[in-house]
Design a binder for this molecule. Structure first.
Ligand SMILES: Nc1ncnc2c1ncn2[C@@H]1O[C@H](COP(=O)(O)OP(=O)(O)OP(=O)(O)O)[C@@H](O)[C@H]1O
Length: 689
């Protein structure tokens, strides 16, 4: 039976056809896979540059272009007859000698530019690649047939003219070398196209090459897989090479950490990893997302990704708070009571008074969360002995004793009333798992860890107590923890290095944003400062090398003279976007404060109530075509309430400012198409000039 290998253009081409034509084409493809008598057969095309190319007549005046080797037909595109023949004649197909991936060459285009390159070369002795020997070029996978042409290139402009005609795997290393980069740097550029490492490359084996090129070919053995590939969104089937390599690799020795800027596909990689572990491994998998809202979205995506119900049932999606809640509830036989914000605030106020107003309620809360709960300190002796990383105000023996007493007031009152905070719950849940010999949460194997694998998204915002819980919930071993996150988008005070928690992860990085247009990315990086961020990895993470795949509109920053005028401007913009045909659910409006959110909601109620309006925090983990951020003004962003007074703790204040900047950056990075930012009064100091 023949197999089809579907290129990503095919679902797109079919989607663009009139419904009856599309239907006929899909029926023809199904028949082809089943080799029925009425199945289309490969028809040779005259004057092709590659003898393996043929077309399949799929519908009235429409053909699929295929490249055949053995039982595999790589379908590249579906086009009207004349265009399909022309495509078939124009291209040739090859295997990259260095990394073994399949390549599509615009052979006719290259033949056409050759005379111009020769003329340009005749006028000068200068050659762009004179400094690189043939052996190095061939070693980088430069095709032997291309080499004479490469030797004719004299300028960057010559090389740029070749870009649309060459496979990316040929252009990328040449581009690095042309800009004066070393052979090693060119190799690094080529390595980003490796999804499945090749041990030995056979230039004649196109099928093996296609198996190493999952971003260009999805193997379809039968009609039901065909339907899935044609109907599913692109990300379900075609991960980009680096994403694929990370998500679908067989067996990591232990924890893995993948960092990357906004829109680089970290969440998609996490979803594919969970799917891969469920398909290939044994035991239950927990996919940890930031919030329950995001969990619903992730669960829906997993439903699309994993076809087999039994496999899908092995993946549970949830957040750490819920996990902690369930473990404590199961151990205690009833749902734990949580303390409400106002009650907690009143307790910290009392604690501050007990300390003789030496320390503010906010200072005490931070000390509790960032030192005591972070390091799981249970006695005053432990507290007196530890370092207090990230806290710049030094506390002597007397002061620490007083602070401990004040904090004990809060924990004691909570204990008396049987209430807990979410972080306390996480802490207790990890202790419970550590103590348990049974099967909390119904682990199916021996031991007390309820999961075999845990995959964590948005890892930058987890607290050490939550990490301890996750670590305790999965046994140490191959593929135990797969973690993705972006320290630059952190919106809480949790700058924790995984290694400090005993999680020694091998680290990887994604650098290409597939969501953001370059203009929004560049502006956002200026806003964020581009500089380092700490957390997750030991030391710091840089934004260097973070880039986009496509251009777009620059962010629109608007100044208004009053809040009313700003709201009117927002309504005008949202109406314009709706007028452009953008569905309301693809538009998000957000602001730093609840009050601004309410006023935006009121202003938009008539224009379009279905547009999402939330706080900046509420955008975390989401994506929209168009995003409007209002009230990005001095005094609002950063929020004065969220900043520690410099007199109290300058380091805490610096951290608060960085966190507020990260929050605004995260919100800006949600836009895949347009970003609109407005303020009345003075602009937020975070906005780039
Ligand atoms: N393989 C892919 N195929 C199609 N689209 C992709 C692919 N990878 C990324 N994208 C696009 O990029 C978007 C961002 O992906 P994802 O949400 O996984 O990124 P992220 O790194 O988790 O982003 P953030 O950190 O900003 O939340 C996707 O919604 C999709 O539009």
């Amino acid at each position: 039976m023949p197999r089809l290998a579907i290129a990503p253009e095919v679902p797109r081409d079919l989607g663009a056809l009139a419904q009856p034509v599309r239907r006929d084409a899909v029926i023809a493809m199904r028949r082809f896979l089943q080799s029925t008598t009425s199945a289309p057969h490969p028809e040779r095309v005259r004057n092709t540059r590659d003898p393996r190319v043929a077309t399949l007549r799929l519908a009235d005046r429409h053909r699929g272009v295929v490249v055949r080797q053995r039982d595999v037909f790589w379908m590249l595109t579906v086009l009207p007859d004349a265009e399909a023949w022309s495509y078939a004649q124009r291209h040739r197909f090859a295997v990259n000698a260095a990394i073994g991936v399949a390549e599509i060459w615009d052979a006719q285009g290259l033949e056409r530019v050759e005379p111009a390159l020769r003329r340009s070369a005749d006028s000068t002795d200068w050659r762009l690649f004179a400094h690189v020997c043939d052996t190095d070029l061939l070693g980088l996978g430069i095709d032997a047939q291309l080499l004479p042409l490469v030797r004719l290139i004299t300028t960057d402009a010559n090389l740029d003219a070749l870009e649309p005609l060459l496979p990316e795997t040929q252009f990328a290393p040449l581009s690095v070398l042309g800009q004066g980069g070393s052979v090693a740097e060119a190799w690094r550029a080529l390595d980003t196209y490796v999804a499945v490492p090749a041990t030995a490359v056979d230039l004649t084996d196109l099928v093996a090459a296609l198996e190493r090129t999952p971003d260009r070919a999805a193997f379809v053995p039968n009609p039901s897989v065909l339907d899935r590939v044609l109907d599913a969104p692109h990300w379900c089937t075609f991960l980009y090479p680096t994403q694929h390599r990370l998500a679908r690799q067989d067996g990591y020795d232990g924890p893995v950490l993948v960092t990357g800027g906004a829109g680089t596909g970290k969440t998609l990689v996490a979803l594919h990893r969970a799917a891969h572990l469920a398909e290939t491994g044994a035991g239950r998998i927990l996919l940890v997302t930031f919030s329950q809202g995001v969990a619903t979205d992730a669960a829906a995506k997993l439903d699309l990704l994993v076809d087999d119900e039994e496999v899908r049932a092995r993946i549970e999606v949830g957040n750490v708070e819920r996990l902690a809640h369930r473990i404590v509830a199961e151990a205690e036989g009833r749902a734990p009571l949580l303390v409400g914000r106002p009650d907690l605030a009143a307790l910290w106020q009392e604690a501050s008074e007990i300390s003789g107003d030496l320390h503010s309620p906010a200072f005490l809360l931070r000390e509790w969360e960032q030192v005591i709960l972070a390091q799981n300190l249970c006695t005053v002796q432990e507290y007196l002995a530890v370092d207090r990383p990230g806290r710049s105000v030094t506390l002597g023996y007397e002061e620490r004793t007083a602070v401990w007493k004040a904090i004990e007031h809060v924990t004691g009152r909570l204990r008396e009333s049987g209430r807990r905070t979410l972080l306390q719950l996480a802490s207790e849940a990890s202790t419970l798992l550590g103590r348990s010999t049974g099967d909390l949460l119904g682990a199916d194997g021996p031991g007390h860890e309820p999961y075999r694998h845990i995959v964590v998204d948005e890892a930058q915002d987890l607290h050490p107590a939550q990490w301890r819980l996750l670590r305790a919930a999965v046994p140490h071993g191959p593929d135990d923890l797969f973690i993705v996150g972006d320290p630059h988008q952190r919106v809480f005070d949790t700058r924790v290095a995984l290694s400090s928690l005993g999680i020694k992860a091998e680290t990887h990085r994604l650098t290409v944003s597939h969501r953001l247009p370059q203009e929004i990315l560049t502006w956002g990086v200026r806003l964020r400062g581009g500089g380092p961020a700490d957390g997750l990895v030991e030391g710091i993470t840089e934004l260097v090398g973070f880039r986009a795949t496509h251009p777009g509109a620059r962010p629109a920053v608007r100044e208004y003279t009053s809040h009313e005028a700003e709201l009117a401007g927002l309504v005008t913009h949202v109406k314009e976007w709706l007028g452009d045909g953008v569905p309301p659910e693809e538009i998000a409006v957000a602001a730093r404060t609840g009050e601004l959110v309410r006023s935006a909601k009121a202003a938009l109620i008539e224009a379009e109530p279905a547009v999402r309006v939330s706080t900046l925090h509420g955008l975390k983990g989401l994506e929209f075509r168009r995003v409007a951020l209002i009230g990005v003004a001095d005094g609002i962003v950063p929020s004065a309430d969220a900043l520690t007074p410099a007199t109290e703790d300058p380091t805490a204040r610096a951290h608060d400012l960085q966190r507020e900047r990260g929050l605004l950056y995260m919100a800006c990075m949600r836009a895949s198409e347009r970003l609109y930012v407005s303020y009345s009064g003075r602009a937020s100091p975070f906005l780039p000039p």
